[in-house]
Structure formats: C-alpha cells, structure tokens
Write a protein that binds this ligand. Structure first.
Ligand SMILES: *Cc1c(COP(=O)(O)O)cnc(C)c1O
Length: 428
C-alpha cells in the first residue's frame, strides 16, 4: 500500500468518507484520493512523490498556477503582522475598491468566507430588498450547500423544490423554484404564475457544476429583461466565472449586468474567501446600515485578503493573461476534439475560455437533462487512466476542467498525448 492509501484508510475512520468535502472522494471513479503534499505551477505532488498535471486548480482559485511567488510572499508578510484582528483593516478597503473598480455592476461589496456564504447572504439580501420570498434556480446549477439552495430538479419545473439532502426541512426549500438552464419559457412560466412573489433569479452565467454548459445566445439577456419586467433581482453566481473568463467575469464576457453578484474561489487566491456585491441602493440594506443581518468573525481576514488582493492585482495589471489563457484553452480543447473524432467514442467537448468538459455522449449538452446522458462509466475509466498517467482530473463527469496560466503549451500537449494514447492507441 502506498502512502496515500494508508492515509486514506486512517482518514475514513476519523472523517466522513475520509474527506472534508465530498468532491474530493474518488469513489465514483473507482479509486481512492491522492493525498497532496505540495503544488507548484501546473503540478500537484502527492505524499508518494508522484507528480500530476493538475486540471482541478483547487476547483478554480489557482488561475495563476499553484504557489505563485507574489501571492505566497504577500500571505507570509500578512501572517507576520498577525493572523486576525476582528477589526477594520486597510487591506479590506483595498479589496473592496478593487472589486468595485473591476466589476462595473458592483458599487459596494461585503466579504465573507466561502462561496456558500456569499450566495446564502445574497439571497437573503434579495428577499429583504424586494420583500418577496420565492427564488428561481436552474437545475444542475450549484450555489453552495445552504438549505434553500439544495434543490434537485427531478420533480419537474412547475413543482416547488424538494430538498436534495437529508436534514433540510421541506419548509426551507418550499420557496425555491426550479427552471431549466437555457430555457427561458420555464422561467416565464414561474413568473406568470407567481411573479409578484419572486425575489430573485439566481444563475451560474456559465454553468460549471454539470460539466460546462454555456448560456445560449439571448439566455442571460432574456433573464435580465424578465427580472426587470417583474421587479425581481437577477443574481449572477460568479463563484467560478468571476475573474476567470475575463477580469470582469461572465457579466463582462456576455455583456449582461446583474443586480447582485457572488464570488468565491479566484477572489481568495486559494484562501477561504467569498464576496457578494451590487448596486449601492441594494447593498445599503446590509447590516449595520440596513436591516438585512449578515456577519462574520473572520470575514475580510487580513491573510485571506492579502492573497486575494495580490492575485486580483496581478490579473488587473496583465489583461494579456486572459487573452493568452483563453487562446491556449481554445487550442487545447480543439486538439482534444480532433483526437476524439478519430476515436470510436461518443463524445461532446464543451468549453468557454479556460473552463471545459469532456462528456461521453452523442447528445449536445445544453442543460442538466442532456448532461445526464453522459456515460459516467466511460468517464470513470478515462479518469482512472489519466490519473494513472500523471494527469489529475476532477473525479466526476460533472465537474469542469480548470486551466491556469501555468499550463504551458508543452504541458497541455503532454496531456493531449496521454489522451491520445488512451483514445487511439488502445491503451485502455
Ligand atoms: C463552488 C461554488 C459555490 C460554493 O462555494 P464554496 O466556497 O465551496 O462554499 C457556489 N457557487 C458556485 C457556482 C460554485 O462553483
């Protein structure tokens, strides 16, 4: 048994499933987690000394690559001045100014500690602002693990939400309505039925928790105008897309302005951070100015802010990074398609910028239903092969691949070669 396996054996006795987040378990692809000791650039190194080309990037934050010197240095500096004060700091002002400057729809922002917290708070704010209770979310979109958002869509578009987890009282999800991604009719139907009760529509502007699904032309703009018509708020959950598709996120990329935006992942540079923001008139409803209560002992933590501010500042100062990353990604996913065309597989490659997903299906993937047609066993076999050959993929068909600036063309080509061996040379 290697070190990772030994650690996993021990881990399962003291942690549920041996992990602190279910997405880290490798059960669905029939293997066990690699225990990571360190990371640098595009590489992960496990406890056994194996090196992997990493396509998870801590699920998004590592857009500059792992252990970027400037980010690490700023964190070390911040640590030396104290880990937390529970009081106002200059770097929080710097972070807020940066976010307001980079995202035109945001005039004020509140820092929190995770994407889950950001979304949960934004929903409360939308309800407080509109005085309405219902929200619409899309099947297959993930918005963190707070009660009201853990809603499976299996129950059909016109039924109120059914909890997706034990321990979530039905009362917590009765105001969560489900609609189908890329289908404006399923949104309009809810509004026609109870538009005056709907506080907000929340959407991942690029859905990246059912693989990767791009919004169809007109989908986001359509949501914008439906929300305006009925006086509901439009919330973009940019926890993944924020500062990834471009410095101004998916809202800049697609030219649609939400009322509220949530962030996580990249904004923390690898530290546990989230944020939500929007127009001043809405944000001034947040405590202590307004009546929507929201607080956090470690929110705006100076060490976390140091990592986030440094990463965002680097991205801001290098607009060419996004061009470079997106061009590299286009080429990579295009080459991947060329390989798959020659294989006997059923496949779809969806990608938007550096976010991509390979599905094993003939069906074009545009929503949750079509994503579910993918052959997860074929994915598991592929994933296992890649892992065995030094390519670290998320152990699930329904996760995105995250490319970073540290993925050089050489590294990407090395990855393609391993894919080619699997799909074309009969290595499987
Ligand atoms: C990851 C994610 C979240 C939750 O963020 P956590 O930091 O894991 O709580 C929310 N929304 C989206 C779109 C995400 O991808």
């Amino acid at each position: 048994m290697n070190k990772s396996e030994t650690l996993f054996q021990e881990a399962v006795t003291v942690m549920p499933g041996g992990v602190n987040s279910p997405v880290r378990a490798f059960g669905s692809v029939g293997t066990t987690p690699r225990f990571i000791k360190s990371a640098k650039g595009a590489y992960l190194y496990d406890e056994d000394g194996s090196r992997y080309i990493d396509y998870v990037g801590s699920w998004g934050p590592m857009i500059l690559g792992h252990a970027k010197e400037a980010v690490i240095d700023s964190v070390v500096d911040a640590c030396k001045r104290g880990l937390s004060f529970g009081a106002a700091t200059a770097i929080e002002v710097e972070m807020a100014r940066l976010v307001c400057e980079l995202i035109p729809s945001i005039e004020m922002v509140r820092m929190v500690n995770s994407g889950t917290e950001a979304v949960m708070s934004a929903i409360r704010l939308a309800r407080g602002y509109t005085g309405r209770n219902k929200i619409i979310k899309f099947t297959g979109c993930y918005h963190g693990h707070s009660d009201g958002l853990l809603v499976k869509a299996g129950s059909g578009v016109m039924t109120a939400g059914v909890p997706d987890s034990l321990g979530v009282p039905a009362g917590c999800t009765k105001d969560t309505l489900s609609a189908e991604y890329n289908n404006l009719n399923t949104v309009t139907e809810h509004f026609q039925r109870c538009g005056e009760e709907i506080a907000a529509v929340i959407v991942e502007p690029v859905a990246a928790n059912m693989g990767v699904v791009a919004p169809k032309p007109g989908f986001l703009k359509g949501l914008r105008s439906i929300c305006e018509e009925y006086g509901a708020l439009l919330i973009f959950d940019e926890v993944i897309t924020g500062f990834r598709l471009g410095i101004d996120g998916a809202q800049g990329y697609y030219g649609v302005k939400p009322d509220l935006t949530t962030f996580g992942k990249i904004i923390g540079g690898g530290m546990p951070v989230g944020a939500y923001g929007g127009r001043r008139e809405i944000m001034e409803l947040v405590s202590p100015v307004g009546g929507v209560y929201q607080a956090g002992t470690l929110s705006g933590n100076p060490v976390a802010m140091a990592a986030g501010v440094t990463q965002l500042t680097i991205l801001k100062e290098h607009p060419e990074y996004y061009t470079e990353l997106n061009e590299k990604a286009d080429k990579f996913y295009c080459n991947m398609q060329e390989i798959l065309k020659k294989s006997g597989y059923s496949w779809q490659v969806n990608h938007v910028g550096s976010l991509g997903c390979l599905y094993f299906t003939e069906t074009e993937v545009t929503d949750y239903e079509s994503a579910k047609t993918s052959d997860t066993e074929a994915f598991a076999a592929y994933c296992k092969h890649m892992m065995a050959h030094g390519v670290y993929l998320a152990p699930s068909q329904f996760e995105a691949m995250f490319l970073s600036l540290a993925h050089t063309e050489e590294i990407l080509n090395e990855t393609l070669k391993i894919m080619e061996q699997y799909f074309l040379a009969g290595c499987r």
